[in-house]
Unconditional design. Sequence first.
Lengths: 406, 406, 138, 138
Amino acid sequence: MSSFDPKKIRNDFPTLNQTINGYPLVYLDSAATTQKPQCVIDATTQFYTSQNANVHRGRHTLSEQATTAYENVRTLVADYFKVTSNEIVWTKGATEAINLVAHGLRNTLTAADTILISPIEHHANIVPWQELAAQSGATLKTLPLNADATFDIAQCCEVIKRTKPALLAITHASNTLGNITDLAPLIASAKAVGALTLVDGAQGALHLRPDLKKLDCDFYVFSAHKMVGPTGLGGLYGRYTTLNALSPYQTGGEMIEKVTLTHSTYRNAPAKFEAGTPNIAGVLGFGAALEYLMKLDLQTLQQYEQQLFIYAASTLSKIDGISIYSNLKSNIGTLCFNYKNEHPYDLSTLLDNYGIAVRSGHHCTQPLMSHLNLNGSLRASFAFYNTTKDVDQFIAALKECIALLD
Amino acid sequence: MSSFDPKKIRNDFPTLNQTINGYPLVYLDSAATTQKPQCVIDATTQFYTSQNANVHRGRHTLSEQATTAYENVRTLVADYFKVTSNEIVWTKGATEAINLVAHGLRNTLTAADTILISPIEHHANIVPWQELAAQSGATLKTLPLNADATFDIAQCCEVIKRTKPALLAITHASNTLGNITDLAPLIASAKAVGALTLVDGAQGALHLRPDLKKLDCDFYVFSAHKMVGPTGLGGLYGRYTTLNALSPYQTGGEMIEKVTLTHSTYRNAPAKFEAGTPNIAGVLGFGAALEYLMKLDLQTLQQYEQQLFIYAASTLSKIDGISIYSNLKSNIGTLCFNYKNEHPYDLSTLLDNYGIAVRSGHHCTQPLMSHLNLNGSLRASFAFYNTTKDVDQFIAALKECIALLD
Amino acid sequence: MTNTYQLISSNIQKSTSWQQKYREIMLLGKTLPPLADILKTDDALVPGCESKVWMFVEFDLTENALVVIGDSDTRIVKGLLALILALYNGLTPEEVLAVNAYDEFEKLGLISHLSASRGNGVKAMVETIQTMAKQKAL
Amino acid sequence: MTNTYQLISSNIQKSTSWQQKYREIMLLGKTLPPLADILKTDDALVPGCESKVWMFVEFDLTENALVVIGDSDTRIVKGLLALILALYNGLTPEEVLAVNAYDEFEKLGLISHLSASRGNGVKAMVETIQTMAKQKAL
Ligand SMILES: Cc1ncc(COP(=O)(O)O)c(C=O)c1O
Ligand SMILES: Cc1ncc(COP(=O)(O)O)c(C=O)c1O
């Protein structure tokens, strides 16, 4: 499969090299969290072992080194997304990043405004907007969806034009289906009516590595733990002036300029949104993750992931009784499926006994499940460290589980 | 110095064993962040190397193991503070924990209410209350303070009785001075007038290891990175019914029970306050930190820290021209001082050249600095891994720096 | 412990593979009479489970015996519920307290199904039974 | 680079210990004329610094030469400002652009004072000077 060497890649990820219940682990739950390459683990260890200090305002050497390293990673993220470093805010994850924006718009939106989301969103990109709507009086509306949970983009653009939302919040790729959203026309339509745009990049940031200046959205959120980086860290990209105009979210140390007992003044973005001691070890680990990813050629990576996905989808669909809900034509590598009327819980439990890690349930997308008329589904999500051997083991195990159930 | 063996302890902390600018590191900045014992580093590595998975709702073995380990640490924190595990909410730090409570009270407080804080608070325990006051219309007032920045407790109790605040938010120990607050009478007075009480335990949690049921406060916040644990993690203790009554803070995955496009229902505490993927590696690392701390007998530990502090304070005060602002009688081990009219920046820079890591500045306590009529100060903060040798090197270096300036 | 449970348990323990064990459990689930739809109320639903689990735990006061009924929309959880029913149904409060479901599940190699993270309702059922027995045994 | 700077720089480089180096820098700070209080306005203050740093960076249009003045309430930062002044004052925009303060501070073993995290105002001054020179050199 092209110049990309999956065997070498796999060796970088120590977690993959283990047996579960007596079978070699087949990790197909990367949409929940990705595994970490050794360099990320080493960067974390290295920080705690020799560099550990708090960042900013410290005069001593350890603190200064930690601050420099910490701020360098902000630049690295900015490079990854092709934006500038003062447009990157550290958060504890994608969820917090969306909450930060929703909170930051409380004093801006009014009862006259509409917030537009889609029915395929992760709860993290639904509930904060419900809260914002409740607080500001704004109306929450959703884009139309085809029966198979894909978008009719022309129709969506029409709705945007008609609705004139203050904000369009939409996912780059569905965590349940893997479907990639055709963002360009949607963002263009939103901009045409003066709407702000927020893209939930929790799933897209790794597989699609977007050029955010080209994508032209106002906000983009991501989680490090889904980008082969550490847990407890994520971020928000915001177009600088739009970002800096948001009301502050959390308040406390480092984000303020001056505090008296009666009044405080805030610093500018990104500091304004970063109260308290940050996840320094997480940031340094994420730096290693980004360096690792950027060494992989994007095109080669995507080609590999696509080939693997097509192989998995075609072998899976050959099994009698399997229904696949994912759009196979434009997908980051996630298969959402069920077997006949079997409960996904039973299948995922049995698959686990074969060392196959897939997820079952509603995947934090209950409205999407309702749209598809499902109580739940199985989800096998792939990443570049998976191989055709993983697919073969998964399919073989699935067949055995089905035999057990039938 | 008693049965406590500082040499053995030091060996547990790899960071301490290094040279800075050619001198052995003397780390006196534990109030900013503590160093980490090897077991904490190992727990983090171990998680990423073999256990890495997302927590909750995952059916597969890795996810189940991660969830069990993650929830066990919640129980461990509860044991440390002598409370029950459903009263512990994970946050990214003490700052977020205070923000969570301040945010959760927005719909409870009204213009008729008063929030009472003290003038010695860290900005993290000031600015969120200013925000809450601004949003709810409540009035923010401060306790009286003696000229030397200690409290006249009787007078404070009188003020509480008179003010009848809805909430009293106060620090367990000052991060700038190290002064320990005599909380018991203040909390009793607050309870007598029906006030909620929040204690900022960022500094107290490590050195004072409080029994929170005895302390009888409603909320207590802490940061893992100041308790020999990882960065990017902290927590909130809340008396269960009071905690569960707070409005949710962040919204998203895991904290909801049911989501439709028009309405969502929330789960009970602590889940209600934990939206998004948590800092799993951080929690597991913190578990190792708590186990490490709980193996150290509290009394022995405090005795050691006190002896060290008294030694440091007495040698420091013997230097001509030194002004010490800390209360030496009741202190967690932090010395706040200046030399004549020298700028603390100059002294901390020079000390750093001797390998001495102290902090200079306002330490995120600008109102306290105003009260003391200072632009800034030097702060040497000790922990149980420091030794009298550290003190001697620090004092020797300080004398040399003074010679350089004079 | 009831005779039924002894029988079931020895059957499961005789399994020569995990596949056979799960087959036994699922067969066990099939023997469990389905709950009437009218009883499948939201109140009876164990919250927060991926599988739907309905359960009723009561003490028959005249017989001084536990009555547990339950159902689930998944095969494995239903089988595990059947196991719990066999373990506890008809026991007096004192007898209930003497039976540790965790030990039994451990013996059967099923303990992971009682872990907090599974959230499959089985653990909730065990805990409800134990709590009720404690109250009645006072 | 000015002759004054050459002299200062070689003096500092001759230091046999870091202590002597810092002594030189602090002495250098003492030679810097203090700013009149009337010039120490909030506008002239570099924000976010622990030390107070006031600075003015202008181009003298008739002389086509940079004019930098500054002051600080700390000795070390004041000495570093004096170094920057000696490095750049009186240069044309083109000459300014040819001088890399980072290289110079590196040579003097003072580079850590120009790191972002120091927030001591010296880096801000260097960047203001460079930005202004770029505009004038167009
Ligand atoms: C007394 C006090 N409160 C709150 C905080 C904020 O803690 P964190 O930065 O970990 O959120 C600190 C840390 O500097 C502190 O010392
Ligand atoms: C599409 C999408 N959005 C948001 C999130 C929330 O991310 P996190 O839990 O890291 O905050 C996820 C993660 O599950 C996701 O897949």
